[in-house]
Design a binder for this molecule. Sequence first.
Ligand SMILES: [Zn+2]
Ligand SMILES: [Zn+2]
Length: 208
Amino acid sequence: MEYKVSDLPDTLRPYILPQTDGCWRWVGKVDRNGYGRSKSGWAHREVYEALVGPIPPGLHLDHLCRVPLCQNPAHLEAVTPGENFIRSMHPSAVAHRRGTCKRGHPIAEFRQVKDGTRYCAACRRELQRRHYAAQDWPTMIARKHGKGTYTRRTPEQVVAIRAMLEIGISQAEVARVFGCSPSTISEIARGLAHAAPIPVYDPKVVEE
Ligand SMILES: [Zn+2]
Ligand SMILES: [Zn+2]
């Protein structure tokens, strides 16, 4: 679809300078994010509505040419805010397109929480492992003895168990702390039991 600057109203036409690459550069007021401002709002939205038609409620205009000042409706696409975000340069959006988190873990590690935000489970395990490895386990074990034991092992406890083993606490001692048999601890140590479930990956939802 070809659009013409000459079809624009007087409030917009004088502020648009077509470029050789096809972009229509806005030469009027510019906001601090680099977008053109017309008298009544966003210049590109007004230009789009003047030449294409009303923007459906709730939709954003994505600059396909990646030139925020461009006003050419042929370079604009009405998209949902989510889609607009996924196409953006936000670190999470870039990670989504690259297919890994910012530390390079595969997108299969991404988990989604109830409010729709996502995080990288591999990154979180790494942080947890460091956290648990930094604990004063001998003191904590000494406190724990005589006060009963844990009956279930949550994913966090599995991370703690692995961290305890990594710093040299015996499987028998860890088994006493967590109230299970040394063979269970051995299985956890070898990654045979209590592995994290495979997440369901929903590409519609954006990370973090
Ligand atoms: Zn453009
Ligand atoms: Zn990660």
